[in-house]
Design a protein around this ligand. Sequence first.
Ligand code: ADP
Length: 235
Amino acid sequence: MSDVLAGYGLVKKYGPTTALAGAEVAVRAGELLAIMGPSGSGKSTLLHVLAGVIRPDDGRVMLGEERIDRLGENRLSALRRDRFGFVFQSGQLLPELPAEENVALPLMLSGMRRRDAVARARRWFGPLGLDGLERRRPGQLSGGQAQRVAIARALVVEPDVVFADEPTGALDQATGEEVIRLLTTVSRSLGSALVMVTHDAGVAAHCDRIVQVRDGHIVDEWHPAAAAARNGATR
Ligand code: ADP
């Protein structure tokens, strides 16, 4: 299968700190990739460079056949809006908007009429276990519910790639497990690739492949399902 997203020779420095030191990673279409590694190793920077949020000092980022790290800000933000979805540690929903309008927002920003966008957004509430919560504001949702709304918002545009930075970091174990199960299931059903930073091996195990980052490089990678099969584990 072809690569949907790839970074080559990525370098990013902050003053004397080297966050990325020539990192290389390629994500296949529809692949679920977890990025793990110690704190400060460059995971978040790598995710944000791949997502076109941070520009690398050197190297290049390819979205399919298109080089995106040198695009102008307008083109880059249109591309982030239309082809990427984002899930952060805690939802970052707009507090004054009902859940369904938070989900509809990326569609409206892409020019869809409000009524159509909200209708499309509502279809996500059932599959994500959010039936009946469409009109709630984020402050009236539990942490797990808010994170599922954030997943709906990330996936409503049917993105090529979903980026998730510690998406379960603010949730308890059971709620985090449920959120990650939904995020990976829905990404798979849409055929969206997932690039997810996590420090939780249990969360990463839901992905197809795990890469290990250290000192701004990828130093190892493995396939959790294959590793589990080798160890005789049942999943
Ligand atoms: P991780 O996600 O693995 O914890 P980061 O990518 O956040 O690592 O950071 C990698 C290194 O770059 C760290 O040393 C961090 O302190 C530094 N860094 C990240 N962002 C900035 C920034 N905006 N300004 C200065 N230093 C930064």
